[in-house]
Design a protein. Structure first.
Length: 334
């Protein structure tokens, strides 16, 4: 009996890789392919996905964090930090390694529940709610280490970000109902427009793991844009990029801001933060040590001390705020 089951398992693994339902659907899909029109990818306007484009009142607080404390055992990764993010701005968040930047990101997006303090978004308290509720409320993010679905295509990765636009249930999907087909079609049009926005139209059908690293980072931004966010958090988007990639990234960040999306930017490359940001906040050992316009922060003795004083690594010295020389490709790849 075991031998028979073994052979059956092998048969399924070799010949029915999508399972029985997948196999049956594949047979039907082949018949339907000719009838389906190609997607109008090239005719999609840039702003199909951006509902709030243009008309934001600038100057009010979109997000405010009050007295945030995040404790891991005895370590205070964030220690009584206040943070106010002005609507429509690009807000830089910098600090030496381990200063609490990513922790801040994780607290703002609900991945960590702060030990104390509150986070308000659009006047509503969001700390303590779930990451998915926060995301659906309009806060999207990318990760310090790229987190894509490697074996899915660029388009499919963006479709994951558009998951919230689907109302179809499991039955709709199994029966391939009209509602599901229409939603799928609409989502694909939107995904194509997002890929065009981040400059990845040519690579839409490519598996994410095969994309060059710089393009993977852009794809992650694209997937985040699928949420149609009001606030976008970028955790070191330029890390590991080459100089031309960084130029492209900066242009895309500008375009996103021009669509009325507020941005929090964590970045190690000082040139990038200082050119794009309207306001910069500096963390050191979990505490806010400076905040203000980029030029003022760059000249702040406490900031220079945090980067250059004490035991710092060579990498941190290379990235210290005083380094205002243009990026070289070797530095960009660091
Ligand atoms: P940054 O992004 O500024 O480099 P992090 O926010 O990743 O720094 O880390 C800040 C501090 O918090 C570090 O000392 C780190 O080791 C610690 N930390 C971060 N996340 C955790 C965790 N989940 N558990 C324990 N310690 C953590
Ligand atoms: Mg980090």
């Amino acid at each position: 009996r075991l031998t028979v089951f073994g052979l059956m398992t092998l048969f399924v693994v070799y010949y029915l890789q999508d399972g029985i339902v997948g196999f049956v659907r594949g047979v039907f899909a082949k018949k339907g392919i000719a009838a389906r029109k190609p997607l109008p990818v090239t005719t999609v306007a840039d702003n199909v996905w951006a509902g709030s484009a243009g008309n934001v009142e600038i100057g009010t607080n979109l997000l405010s964090a009050k007295q945030l404390l995040m404790q891991f055992g005895g370590l205070k990764a964030l220690n009584q930090v206040d943070l106010n993010i002005v609507k429509g701005s690009v807000h830089g968040l910098i600090g030496p390694n381990g200063s609490g930047k990513s922790t801040m990101m994780n607290v703002l997006t609900g991945i960590y529940k702060p030990t104390a303090g509150v986070v308000e978004f659009n006047g509503r308290v969001i700390s303590g709610t779930t990451p998915s509720a926060i995301a659906l409320g309009g806060v999207a993010r990318t990760f310090q280490n790229v987190q894509l679905f490697g074996e899915m295509t660029a388009t499919e990765n963006v479709l994951v970000g558009l998951h919230h636009t689907f109302r179809s249930n499991v039955l709709d999907v199994m029966l391939n109902t009209r509602r599901y087909r229409e939603e799928e079609q609409a989502a694909r049009v939107r995904a194509a427009s997002i890929l065009q926005f981040v400059g990845l139209s040519d690579l839409a059908g490519e598996e994410a793991r095969n994309l060059p690293y710089g393009k993977q980072r852009l794809l992650e931004i694209g997937r985040a844009l699928g949420l149609n966010p009001e606030l976008l958090l970028l955790d070191e988007p330029a890390a590991g990029l080459t100089a031309p990639d960084i130029v492209e990234l900066i242009a895309i960040i500008h375009k996103i801001r021009d669509h009325g999306i507020t941005i929090i930017l964590i970045e190690h490359h000082m040139d990038v933060v200082m050119t794009i940001s309207d306001t910069v906040t500096v963390l050191d050992f979990g505490q806010k040590i400076a905040e203000g316009k980029p030029a003022a922060v760059q000249a702040d003795p406490a900031v220079i001390e945090a980067y250059l004083g004490g035991n710092v690594s060579d990498e941190e010295v290379a990235h210290a705020p005083t380094t205002s020389t243009p990026l070289t490709s070797s530095e960009a790849g660091a």
